[in-house]
Design a protein around this ligand. Structure first.
Ligand code: KIV
Ligand code: ZN
Length: 518
């Protein structure tokens, strides 16, 4: 290894690059809930958004900056004055403010996208960094598409960026094109060559188009990178970004390879963070996803089960508890009181800051009436829902569905829309279809359904169903999620959640996609 510092900073970009996943749009309240959880998880830096993209983004960054204290909070910005001013203003209230300025450096981007010469890019970067540096100390610079840029030019750009005041230099593999050996060697070269390269923090920002984002980030660390940019569940543009949980657990689990290099993450907050994000975005975690997927710690083959019963280490390289995976144990029932409920949530590491405890307890009681055993997973899902469903315009009040082998299924739906109660009925191809049609009639939104799935949160026959769906209109794609012991109700909740997000997106979140966006 080529560097003296052993601490790898975890830079979380779930709220910026992660939100660029199709359907991952979050409203301001949801972003605050996520940011608080990220603080609890112990990330070092939160990239809260791209302030210049829209007023909604600027407000989100500002609210996140106000909501957390330990991590650096920064906003992304291009090298334009208006972007930098918007970014600086949005982080003004942060205890530890920062800014992240980027410009592309590959031949392709210079000639086909920016229409700028090599020198013009250097001038733009230096001007932007010096301007930002007058207002804030934590200035990060990214050379977009670095992995496809000429290394000699990169050395020149990064050298100038150091002179202009950047304290973190980020090397993005923007298109997920790099392979580990090559990406690691690039870091070794970049850290050694520009004057002052040993005084700054080098950062890896990888995308997963070839499934190598985690491997590339780890290769960068082996060659001196001391910051990894990543997202919870690996969400992000296209195939996503480096997955936070995978990269963190690789460093923790393979101390023999990484030596004294370590991260400051509280790993037992990994699973709650993953669940919360999935709950909020409506994007399910694939069952075979390392660390946080349902099967990550499940042993199916008889030989494996036998081995694990004799000694867990035969087939387990990590303990589920280390990543905060509840052992599915029965915790509460309908006779449990408020105190036991709050205590168990505390043990599960739930952040009370963003949760309306009265509402959460009422929901718990309603759940315990419907479901004999309330498991840890149920509690996490319930609290996540309570914490993020506050600013909705559309609320599902009641639902009844009839179905027989001869007649088309019919749904009758009661909703509250902007405070007024409304009712509609519809028939459909199935019970879910009938419900969705009735809901759409009430709300007046008729997007196409792109994805719909239901799974059980725990194993009993009275388990809660977790429904998620993704809907699309001519402008936006959003996802929704709902949890209930009745899967039709869970589906209706997911659909209403998606429609709330679609409505929010239309009202507040009009990104100027054509002109901005890395
Ligand atoms: O992938 C990328 O290049 C980015 C930069 C803005 C850091 O997201
Ligand atoms: Zn990116």
């Amino acid at each position: 290894m080529t560097t003296t510092s052993e601490r790898v900073q975890i830079f979380d970009t779930t709220l910026r690059d992660g939100e660029q996943s199709p359907g991952a749009t979050m409203n301001v309240e949801e972003k605050i809930v996520i940011a608080r959880q990220l603080e609890k998880l112990g990330v070092d830096v939160i990239e809260a958004g791209f302030a210049a993209a829209s007023l909604g983004d600027a407000e989100s960054v500002a609210r996140v900056a106000d909501a957390v204290s330990a991590p650096v909070v920064l906003s992304l910005a291009r090298t334009k004055q208006a972007d930098i001013e918007a970014a600086l203003q949005s982080v003004a209230k942060a205890k530890r403010p920062g800014i992240h300025i980027f410009i592309a450096t590959s031949e392709l981007h210079l000639t086909r996208k920016l229409m700028m010469s090599h020198q013009e890019v250097i001038d733009a970067a230096c001007w932007a960094l010096s301007f930002a540096k007058k207002h804030v100390d934590h200035v990060e610079f990214s050379a977009e598409d670095a992995s496809r840029s000429d290394p000699d030019y990169l050395v020149q750009v990064f050298g100038e960026a150091i002179q202009a005041g950047a304290v973190v230099l980020n090397v993005p593999d923007t298109t997920g094109y790099a392979v580990p050996q090559e990406f690691g060697a690039l870091f070794a070269d970049l850290i050694a060559r520009p004057p002052g390269g040993d005084r700054v923090t080098w950062s890896a920002h990888c995308h997963n188009d070839l499934g190598m984002a985690v491997a590339n980030s780890l290769a960068a660390v082996r060659n001196g990178a001391r910051q990894i940019e990543c997202t919870v569940n690996g969400i992000g543009e296209r195939a996503g970004n480096t997955s936070l949980e995978e990269v963190v657990m690789a460093i923790r689990t393979r101390r023999d390879v990484f030596g004294a290099v370590d991260v400051g993450v509280r790993t037992e907050q990994i699973y709650p963070s993953s669940r919360l994000l999935s709950q909020i975005t409506g994007i399910p975690v694939p069952i075979n996803k390392p660390i946080v997927g349902d099967n990550a710690f499940a042993h199916e083959a008889g030989i494996h089960q036998d081995g694990v019963l004799k000694d867990k280490q035969t087939y387990e390289i990590m303990r589920p508890e280390t990543v905060g995976l509840a052992s599915n144990k029965l915790v509460l029932g309908k006779h449990s009181g408020r105190h036991a409920f709050a205590q168990r949530l505390q043990e599960l590491g739930v952040d009370f800051g963003g949760v309306d405890m009265n509402a959460a307890f009422t929901r718990f009681k309603a759940l315990a009436d419907r479901k004999k055993h309330v498991y840890d997973e149920d509690l996490v899902a319930l609290v996540a829902e309570t914490g993020v469903r506050t600013a909705d315009r559309y609320e599902l009040l009641d639902l009844s569905v009839t179905s027989s082998s001869t007649d088309a299924p019919q749904a009758r739906v009661h909703m509250r829309v902007d405070g007024a109660t409304r009712e509609e009925s519809a028939t459909g191809d199935g019970m879910v279809d009938a419900c969705f049609k009735a809901i759409s009639r009430i709300v007046g939104l008729h997007p196409s359904l792109e994805r719909y799935q239901v799974s059980a949160i725990t194993a009993d026959t009275d388990a809660q169903g977790e429904a998620s769906c993704s809907v699309k209109d001519d402008q936006f794609t959003v996802s929704g999620q709902g949890v209930h012991t009745d899967i039709i109700m869970a589906s209706a909740l997911a659909y209403v959640n998606a429609l709330n997000k679609l409505d929010y997106r239309h009202r507040h979140h009009q990104r100027a996609q054509a002109t901005v966006g890395p």
